[in-house]
Design a binder for this molecule. Structure first.
Ligand code: FES
Length: 233
């Protein structure tokens, strides 16, 4: 499987409320991510099959995603169900949005693959992952991955002397483990020059919720500042 066909996190699952519609990218592919009223997330090409308007500019109505331009309405299975200019017309089955393979729940993130026939999504041992924050960085994905390979996130609750171990359970996920403390960093290649990181922490909620989340959010922000600071010649 080539790198661009693999699975990548594209959002923190908790950041997308029912009715939410957001645009994002993966290797320059424009993506719309939306969550329906039944809390099911959908990951589609960000392009209306009518005239190509971005569906991420659209709106939700009656648990369907509507295109802002002429109001065509798409159900959760990508099928166009209504064309306002022709209310009496039976909408042809061929009028569909294009879905990408997606899943959510793995490490508390929404994942997508651009592959026509996607492999099985990654499995990650990180139950109870709590969202920390997403960061958008003006830095190539390879440089971000290299910086993560060298990074030493400071512990929150784990004793400082506990050894830190970094593993990559998926090509788009770095897992920092220090005893029972787990910091998950999803790496989303937006383009050749931009990267998004999605941070989550796995551990006892009574320990990590609030101050622990803020602790790792500050580390992520510091990492972004460092990566975006030009190196002196
Ligand atoms: S471009 Fe989407 S409905 Fe016309």
């Amino acid at each position: 499987m080539d790198l661009q066909s693999d699975w990548y996190p594209i959002a923190l699952a908790d950041d997308l409320e029912p009715g939410g519609v957001v645009g994002t990218r993966l290797f320059d592919a424009e993506i719309v991510l939306w969550r329906d009223a039944d809390r099911v997330s959908h990951v589609w090409e960000d392009r209306c099959p009518h005239r190509g308007m971005r569906l991420s500019f659209g709106f939700m109505r009656d648990n369907r995603l509507g295109c802002l331009y002429h109001g065509w309405m798409f159900d959760g299975a990508c099928q166009c169900r209504a064309i306002p200019a022709h209310p009496e017309m039976a909408v042809p089955k061929a009028i569909r949005a294009r879905a990408y393979a997606s899943t959510e729940g793995v490490a508390g993130m929404v994942w997508a693959s651009l592959a026509d026939e996607a492999a099985e999504p990654p499995r990650v041992e990180a139950t109870g992952a709590m969202p920390v924050r997403s960061l958008f960085i003006e830095c190539p994905p390879d440089q971000v991955r290299a910086a993560l390979a060298e990074a030493v996130p400071p512990p929150f609750a784990a004793p400082a002397e506990t050894p830190l171990a970094l593993s990559w359970p998926a090509v788009g996920l770095a897992l920092f483990a220090r005893g029972d403390e787990r910091l998950l960093v999803g790496v989303q290649p937006l383009s050749a020059t931009q990267t998004a990181l999605h941070l989550a922490v796995a551990g006892a909620p009574e320990i990590y919720r609030g101050a622990g989340q803020a602790h790792f959010a500050r580390w992520g922000e510091a990492l972004r500042r460092r990566l975006e600071t030009p190196v002196a010649p």
